[in-house]
Design a protein around this ligand. Structure first.
Ligand SMILES: Nc1nc2c(c(=O)[nH]1)N[C@H]1C(S)=C(S)[C@@H](COP(=O)(O)O)O[C@H]1N2
Ligand SMILES: [Mo]
Length: 323
């Protein structure tokens, strides 16, 4: 992800900057952000009493039983590779934010589920996870930036939670929101972005068997950099739809505007289904690079999940469904 709109102090950049050059520059910027973050940690660390993170009461649920319906056409990405290359803009614009994400406290944690539902409820995270049917799914994951991975997520079908809260007939979309806390996530000080991070699906998409609310990866609870304690996984869509560290799930009549659509709507849309035939305005989507091995593979329509989801999108020639 990168924005053309920038804070005044940013180095001017031609719009056609190739991704690798851009990331090189981002790495430089991260150095500065990292130095700042390190400084702040030091200052706060000196005065504040250490606050202990409450216990995770779901540890006994891992590893969950694997769902055999989901198989892979490629090797799994190495766990430590996936855990060290992340997009989580709350903690900075580079891929090496895993250490900064450790600032996030994921217990206690609440998820407010409301809006146009008959049974709104604010769930404590452990109670929610313990009440839902956990399973493991091998899954391809494709970022809009053309890198990809293959990982075992643990989670529960989004449909199970939707059924529990009973959406009203007028509800058509579901809006998910990430935590907002600038004392934890220093990226949220960056005014260029419309914090907090928001994503949305149609209810039909959210009810699809493939839509997973993930709580774990590699047979363990999610590490913080992967979006603990609860994130969305929609493997037929570009990765930015897979919103991390969710605190609110709201059912709406109108289509919500997502974080990236607000930030850069000409490049990142609402539907964001994977399709090799439609290039990003600044790079090709024909192939993808597997994290760790750097193997280049052809991008698959709907990331290979057409069997589950193609019927929801009447026209695979219509660009709007694929950005
Ligand atoms: N809250 C939040 N969720 C987010 C992001 C983010 O910056 N903030 N990045 C998205 C993008 S662009 C991708 S590719 C995936 C990356 O997930 P991973 O780091 O677990 O591989 O998270 C998505 N979810
Ligand atoms: Mo992404």
């Amino acid at each position: 992800m990168n924005l053309i709109r920038k804070p005044g102090w940013a180095i001017p950049e031609r719009e056609a900057t190739p991704e690798d050059v851009f990331f090189g520059r981002r790495r430089f910027l991260l150095g500065a952000a990292g130095a700042l973050a390190g400084g702040l940690t030091g200052v706060w660390g000196a005065g504040a009493a250490p606050s202990k993170e409450a216990e995770d009461k779901t540890l006994g649920l891992y590893p969950a039983k694997r769902n055999p319906a989901f198989t892979l056409d490629r090797p799994l990405t190495e766990e430590k590779v996936a855990a060290a290359f992340n997009n989580f803009y709350e903690f900075g614009g580079s891929k090496t934010i895993s250490w900064l994400a450790q600032r996030l406290k994921t217990r206690p944690w609440q998820v407010k589920v409301g809006g146009l539902v008959r049974k709104p409820k604010t769930y404590g995270i452990d109670g929610l996870i313990r009440s839902m049917p956990l399973e493991e799914r091998l899954s391809r994951f494709r970022c809009v930036e053309a890198w990809a991975m293959a990982v075992p997520w643990t989670g529960f079908p989004f449909a199970a939670l939707i059924k529990a809260v009973e959406p009203k007939d007028e509800a058509r979309y579901v809006k998910l929101t990430t935590f907002f806390d600038r004392t934890v996530a220093l990226g949220q000080i960056w005014p260029t972005y419309p914090w907090p991070y928001v994503e949305a699906l149609t209810i039909q998409e959210a009810m699809n068997e493939l839509a997973l609310l993930a709580t774990g990866i590699y047979g363990k609870p999610l590490p913080k950099q992967h979006g603990a304690p609860l994130r969305l996984i929609t493997p037929w869509k570009y990765g930015f739809k897979s919103i991390k560290s969710i605190v609110s799930i709201e059912f709406t009549r109108e289509r919500p505007v997502s974080f990236w659509e607000k930030a850069q709507g000409t490049e990142y849309g609402f539907w964001a289904n994977v399709n090799p035939a439609f290039d990003h305005p600044r790079w090709s989507q024909r192939t993808e690079r597997m994290l760790g091995t750097n193997e280049q593979r052809p991008t698959l329509l709907f990331n290979g999940y057409g069997k589950w989801v193609a019927s929801m999108y009447p026209d695979t020639k219509d660009r709007k469904f694929f950005m």
